[in-house]
Design a protein around this ligand. Structure first.
Ligand code: ARG
Length: 273
């Protein structure tokens, strides 16, 4: 048996983007609080104007965050199975993914760059940069976000947002959801995820479960003090007690993000020479 298979069997880790939204082979979820994201509430894009919906053939696939007018940060696992950026679009500016409540902006993707150390086995270094075809126009509902430099201490309250499923195996949400969770330090999170957890990952959850990101939230932002602290990455099920959500830790991939973004500073501008 392959190592990947063994790891997935052992830990029941659910993330593969091959089956993000519509399939769930896990045991049934524990009863959930009436919830969105899981356990969250409706919010408005103007409170999270960096949030985008990544679409593949027009279907919501993942979340992401605007970093610059033509650059989005998301998860490596959201794009690594694709042969190229064709059929991907980035939608910004609306809280509702089916019925835009504010003028939404849609841009195609010119290119994506996956973290060179990304590892499918455990989603280590689960970060990617998407270079867009064109630029977003900033307004109340469309804004960039800055990158957090440090991991906050254990138990710090942070916020995750997205249109992902509102329960394990459920359906995606039409309205953007927000939920507050608490940082679980890696030494403690190891008890849930053992060797799958690396120092590039950051865990967050709540005691007793019931609040978490879920399928379709991947690539989306975990926010602390209005900065991008994490990228929704993986977890065992969603919102289960003792299984926090796992995020790619932005402070730990920040240098790569900045360097790479820097090296793409002129992409798009060349057209105007
Ligand atoms: N990998 C999932 C996705 O593709 C996100 C999983 C997050 N899971 C969690 N329990 N926080 O959308």
């Amino acid at each position: 048996m392959s190592r990947t298979l063994v790891a997935f069997l052992l830990l029941g880790v659910s993330c593969s983007l091959a089956d993000p939204l519509y399939r769930n082979e896990e045991e049934p979820a524990l009863p959930q609080l009436d919830g969105r994201i899981v356990g969250g509430q409706d919010t408005n894009i103007t409170f999270y104007p960096h949030q985008i919906s990544m679409r593949y053939n027009g279907n919501h696939r993942c979340g992401g965050a605007i970093y610059e007018k033509n650059k989005v940060i998301s998860a490596a696992h959201c794009v690594n199975t694709l042969s190229g950026p064709g059929n991907l679009t980035i939608v910004a500016g609306s809280s509702n993914i089916w019925f835009p409540n504010t003028p939404q902006q849609v841009l195609a993707v010119r290119e994506f760059i996956i973290h060179p150390k990304y590892r499918t086995l455990n989603n280590d270094y689960d970060a990617a940069i998407l270079i867009l075809d064109g630029e977003f126009e900033y307004n109340d509902a469309v804004q960039p976000i800055t990158l957090a430099k440090e991991r906050p201490e254990h138990n710090t309250t942070v916020t995750v947002t997205g249109w992902g499923t509102t329960s394990e195996g459920g359906t995606i949400s039409d309205v953007l959801q927000e939920v507050e969770v608490n940082v679980v330090e890696n030494s403690e999170c190891k008890s849930a995820y053992s060797i799958m957890l690396t120092s590039r990952m950051l865990c967050a959850g709540v005691t007793g479960g019931g609040k978490d990101a879920c399928q379709g939230d991947s690539g989306g932002p975990l926010i602390y003090k209005n900065e991008l602290l994490g990228i929704v990455s993986w977890g065992t099920g969603c919102a289960r007690e003792k299984y926090p959500g796992v995020y790619c830790s932005v402070p730990d991939v920040r240098e790569w993000l900045l360097e790479t973004i820097d090296s793409y500073a002129d992409v798009g501008k060349i057209d105007f020479l």
